[in-house]
Design a protein around this ligand. Structure first.
Ligand SMILES: C[C@](O)(C(=O)O)[C@H](CC(=O)O)C(=O)O
Length: 288
């Protein structure tokens, strides 16, 4: 089923954040139907730096291609601002589509952008963003590659302006809508009531961010069609890594941490080592 068709159906699509082929494989194994390749998670892990527009389109496209080579799930990729004007956004669309993305999320921040849950954001004009969406729609090779239009206007211009921008982005051809960082349950409900029955709506759950955390079930009953948990995996892994290194530094051994980590065989199972070695033997001429 195409992502577009899936978004028209219940239940809400839960797309966990991933940032490389390993996290994508683990999320696929857990049974998710789609993945979210988070720009924040790539900045956190590849650069060890915040989500403030430092990562490049090429780094994201490379990551996307590695994930598409490893898992066959649809991937929603964070295209940030499209990395410039409409022409840059068209190039980003073509690159990400070739790398295997099923949907691109593009936002109306001015460059350099920042995480939607940080202060001091700024926006490009509404008409310029509408043009960017139209340009991306024209550049895509397949109409099944979805454009998820994000507005960051709530924190900058207020919720009414955010809704006006969202209307313009729908008119420009957005396939789904992402109104970033509603600040209360009440604002979440307003977003859902205004748009939920007209276009697939995305909810963004950032632990400790501006929006109260709700369960997928509650978001579905509000009227949302997709929920992403973009950075949760990095927050979970970073905490484990910090504890792991502290334990190793203190003990000079991994033994005290043993019940919190895979051993050699355990990780090999996860990454498919037995299957790959068997596949290699099938082709290496050793079977006679
Ligand atoms: C969705 C997001 O664009 C991302 O990069 O994953 C971020 C999430 C985050 O910073 O945790 C966002 O701007 O909300």
């Amino acid at each position: 089923m195409s992502l577009r068709a899936r978004l028209a159906e219940d239940p809400i699509l839960v797309a966990p954040g991933v940032y490389d082929a390993l996290t994508a494989a683990l999320a696929a194994e857990a049974g998710f139907e789609a993945l979210y390749l988070s720009g924040a998670a790539v900045a956190y892990t590849r650069l060890g730096r915040p989500d403030i527009g430092l990562t490049s389109a090429t780094e994201m496209a490379d990551t996307m291609a590695l994930i598409a080579d490893r898992v066959s799930l649809p991937v929603i990729i964070d295209a940030d601002t499209g990395f410039g004007n409409a022409l840059n956004a068209q190039r980003t669309m073509r690159m990400y589509e070739r790398a295997g993305a099923a949907a691109l999320q593009v936002e109306d921040q001015s460059y350099p952008k920042r995480c939607g849950h940080l202060a001091d954001k700024s926006l490009i004009p509404q008409a310029e963003m509408a043009g960017k969406i139209g340009a991306m729609a024209e550049a895509r090779a397949s109409d099944e590659t979805l454009i998820i239009a994000r507005t960051d206007a709530i924190a900058v211009e207020g919720i009414d302006a955010a809704f006006a921008r969202a209307e313009a982005y729908i008119a420009a051809g957005a396939d789904a809508l992402f109104i970033e960082a509603p600040r209360s349950g009440d604002e979440m409900t307003r977003v859902a009531q205004t748009f939920g029955d007209r276009i697939p709506l995305l909810a963004n759950m950032v632990e400790g961010g501006a929006t109260p955390i709700s369960s997928a079930e509650d978001l579905q009953s509000m009227g949302f069609s997709i929920v992403i948990f973009p950075g949760g995996i990095v927050r979970a892994l970073a905490k484990t890594a910090q504890d792991y290194y502290a334990s190793l530094a203190q003990n000079g051994s991994n033994r005290p941490f043993g019940d919190r980590m895979f051993d050699f065989g355990g990780l090999n199972e996860v990454i498919g080592t037995p299957e790959m070695l068997a596949e290699g033997r099938k082709w290496d001429g050793s079977d006679g």
